[in-house]
Design a protein around this ligand. Sequence first.
Ligand code: MG
Ligand code: ZN
Length: 221
Amino acid sequence: MIRPIIFCDFDGTITNQDNIIHIMKKFDPPGWNTIKDHILSQKLSIQEGVKQMFSMLPSTLKNEVISFVLKEAQIREGFDEFVAYTKKHKIPLFIVSGGIDFFVQPLLEGYGPFAGIYCNEADFTVDNIKINFPHGCDPYCSSQGCGCCKPSIMRTLLTAESTSIVIGDSITDLEAAKLADIVIARDFLIERCEELNLPFQTFENFHDVISILETRVGVKQ
Ligand code: MG
Ligand code: ZN
């Protein structure tokens, strides 16, 4: 008997686009694009990069940033059915996100409850937006700068009987994918898994994810 447990990314996975990138494109603080490139090329840790990008935006933009991101974000097709599928079969679904609480929480409202939601947090009480990282790296993480450390979270939740499933799209999911039994990937994560010879299956929407789980985990929708 395997015990499937799902760790699902948020930005670019549950939503069609990366919300942090979307916010930066819109409010365009000077130099954010270089920071983004340095994160993708792993010259800069995700934690440091995200912190720096938001620290260039004044906290007075709070309401504008929040209403912009909530208005623009689109949930990927089939997510509703996917959540229902996991509930029906009692498969724990954890949302592990490098995104920020002010958009992750409201966008997921109405879909849950989930087994857990892990993300970073914004503090708007100081001059510029300050990002806090309550789910940092444990001593076993090889990156030590994940921000929200997905492999560290997985280590606290997995047992010997678990079959871990990681769903993601980008560099922030790579360390989690290395630890997973099943990787379901799109976009940039596909390239990185190929480079590292990590087995994976691809998805474009959550109907694809359900099909993969039906085959791999053996529970029909
Ligand atoms: Mg992502
Ligand atoms: Zn880490």
